[in-house]
Design a protein around this ligand. Structure first.
Ligand SMILES: CC(C)(COP(=O)(O)OP(=O)(O)OC[C@H]1O[C@@H](n2cnc3c(N)ncnc32)[C@H](O)[C@@H]1OP(=O)(O)O)[C@@H](O)C(=O)NCCC(=O)NCCS
Length: 189
């Protein structure tokens, strides 16, 4: 799901500026977990979690060198204008995150990144992150959200379909790996 056409700009603000929204999202956390908005100080922990989750996802087919190239691009995602970072945490630390980029060309958002730590997968954390973003962005006036997912990422596709997202458009090659990905959309109104 990495990559976007928008240019790099200011990094995420420190999470203190997002504290006002933390009460609303906290009710949707998975059991044993808390949700909060993150900031620039959380980015490196997210990068480490993403690396761990992708290595687990891709198993023996993982390409460590290619992964490091993607991680450079990943950091650019966190600097896109207006990015909103949502974190899940448990007693062992950060368990997952999602990054959403509000779009300038309409009342919509682009879900740029989503990952859950391997140790915490299968406990509803991704579902809670996505549901929280859905609720928050609907309240903010967005009418739809989009994301893209690799065609062979069955776990993620099943997750999105379960939560009402639907595929649209043709498969496209990923700009770094060349692997085909599919766009998904969720209508909020
Ligand atoms: C995809 C990912 C985010 C799911 O996180 P998770 O917290 O384990 O997912 P949840 O526990 O919230 O699962 C919710 C639903 O997603 C689907 N799902 C999640 N993992 C699945 C798996 N391994 N196989 C099939 N379906 C799966 C199921 O429908 C599940 O509902 P159910 O438990 O009632 O069956 C996680 O596996 C991950 O981080 N993968 C690597 C990074 C990645 O691929 N990110 C997405 C990029 S587009």
């Amino acid at each position: 799901m990495t990559g976007s056409t928008a240019s790099s700009a200011e990094p995420l603000p420190p999470h203190e500026s997002k504290d006002a929204g933390n009460a609303e999202i906290s009710t949707l956390a998975a059991p044993g977990h808390a949700l909060r908005y993150g900031g620039a100080e959380d980015v490196e922990a997210c990068v480490a979690l993403w690396r761990e989750a992708i290595l687990r996802r891709d198993g023996a087919t993982a390409d460590p060198a290619g992964l490091e190239l993607q991680i450079d691009r990943l950091r650019e995602n966190f600097r896109l204008p207006g990015g909103i970072l949502l974190l899940a945490e448990d007693s062992a630390g950060q368990s997952g995150f999602a990054l959403l980029i509000p779009q300038a060309d309409g009342p919509s958002g682009y879900l740029s990144l989503l990952a859950v730590a391997p140790r915490a997968q299968g406990r509803g954390i991704a579902q809670s992150l996505l549901s929280s973003f859905t609720q928050a962005r609907r309240a903010a006036g967005d009418r739809w959200l989009v994301l893209r997912v690799l065609e062979d990422n069955r776990a993620a596709q099943q997750l999105y379909r379960k939560l009402g997202w639907f595929p649209f458009g043709p498969l496209e090659p990923h700009e770094v790996t060349g692997k085909p990905f599919q766009w998904y959309k969720l209508l909020l109104s």
